[in-house]
Design a protein around this ligand. Structure first.
Ligand SMILES: Cc1ncc(COP(=O)(O)O)c(C=O)c1O
Length: 382
């Protein structure tokens, strides 16, 4: 039997993930294999030069999987395992019309015999949103959009009730099981620090949407005993990621871990010692591109790191503002967590005719709804 760390290979024997190495009793919590562990950490040389000697590092979660990377596969490893444990055959999930989460789900679920249905809510229309919709269709997801959010939720509920073999996966896969994927990510980072691959970061900047990434990381970092602070840069409204919701998700996640291994510390009670939420880069509406984000993309998108406007450009803008405002920044180590996929899917939308999507989606393509005004600016970014 060959040892392989490539989840797309057929090998059955894989090195243990950091979570299981540190807490062997947690192997009781089911998991499927999607990630190429560990994702690399690198120093952002060009960006540090541009910023005149900062120490910014990147965690390359864009490389979590060679079919579609980014932060979602980490959550799917634990969330899909729950669906399979419950003998479900279809994932029902929800997101904005441009959701990366939904697309990631459509791409990864078939490997485990699962189908995907996506229930959409509105967001500003851009060419990236259109491309994701066309890709969702290409990868076989069933797509649902009704005239308002309430209608979409109603549709989702009726499908859940009528099809008992469906598994509801909440927005962004940030249920407590999905969040465990990022507890593991925090421990994986700690292992990389212990191995001397990077210094312990003073701060980690991450985008904060449905919370699973930031909350899981804060727990993982806490369990590893690191002093690092996570800056969760909000990309959606506070109703989706209020402090109360953050605390609730942290508690639920820790409860699952402690049920399997009671020796695990309850770090959820002090989650805000490690997680700082910054809401100043949000832009007022989920999916709206910001001036700061566009500037960051224009200036810093290189072969080292490609930001996109909805999540990563906002997290990176917060990081840049921190560098500009903090006189001691050159003595600190900062980690930027790169949560988008870098797999190139740009050819796929060219193969899909939007007329093949359900009728309720045609208005996003036929000019009925104008593209977001920032589009032309972004198109010119190298
Ligand atoms: C590229 C990217 N970064 C960050 C996030 C936010 O992560 P979370 O929803 O876990 O807060 C998302 C969520 O969809 C995403 O697609």
């Amino acid at each position: 039997m060959t040892l392989s760390n490539d989840p797309n290979s057929t090998s059955t024997s894989k090195p243990k993930i950091s979570l299981y190495r540190r807490y062997p009793k947690l192997e009781k919590i089911p998991r499927v294999s999607i990630i190429q562990y560990p994702t690399p950490v690198e120093k952002l040389k060009k960006i540090n030069d541009l910023l005149d000697g900062t120490n910014i590092w990147i965690k390359r979660d864009d490389l979590t999987n060679s079919h579609y990377g980014g932060n979602k596969p980490r959550k799917f490893e634990f969330a899909f395992a729950q669906a399979l444990k419950k003998k479900k055959t279809r994932i029902l999930t929800v997101g904005g019309i441009g959701t990366n989460h939904g697309l990631a789900c459509a791409i990864h679920s078939p490997k485990f015999g699962l189908k995907t249905s996506l229930f959409f809510i509105n967001q500003p229309l851009t060419h990236l949103v259109r491309d994701n919709l066309l890709c969702d269709h290409h990868f076989g997801a069933k797509l649902y959009f009704t005239k308002n959010t309430l209608g979409t939720i109603w549709k989702l509920l009726s499908k859940l009730i009528s099809n008992r073999s469906s598994y509801y996966l909440g927005v962004g896969a940030s249920n407590p099981f999905g969040t465990i994927g990022f507890v593991n990510a925090g421990l994986e980072l700690a292992d990389q620090i212990n191995a001397g691959l990077l210094p312990e970061p003073d701060k980690i900047f991450v985008a904060l949407g449905s919370m699973g990434m930031a909350v899981g990381l804060a727990i993982g970092i806490g369990l590893a005993g690191l002093k690092t602070k996570i800056v969760g840069v909000a990309v959606s409204a506070e109703t989706y990621n209020s402090n109360k919701k953050i605390m609730k998700l942290a508690k639920q996640t820790i409860r699952i871990l402690r049920k399997a291994d009671p020796s695990i510390l309850d770090v959820s009670t002090r989650i805000f010692d490690r997680l700082i939420v910054d809401r100043s880069f949000f832009g007022g509406e989920y999916g709206r591109w910001t001036k700061d984000g566009i500037e960051a993309m224009k200036k810093f998108n290189t072969d080292e790191c490609q930001l996109e406007p909805v999540y990563t450009a906002k997290a990176f803008s917060a990081l840049l503002a921190y560098c500009q405002e903090n006189p001691k920044v050159k003595t600190e180590n900062i980690l930027y967590w790169h949560s988008r996929s870098s797999v190139d899917l740009t050819k796929i939308p060219l193969q899909v005719d939007y007329h093949d999507l359900p009728l309720s989606f045609h208005k996003f393509f036929d000019g009925t709804i104008p593209l977001d005004e920032n589009l032309e600016i972004i198109k010119r970014i190298p």
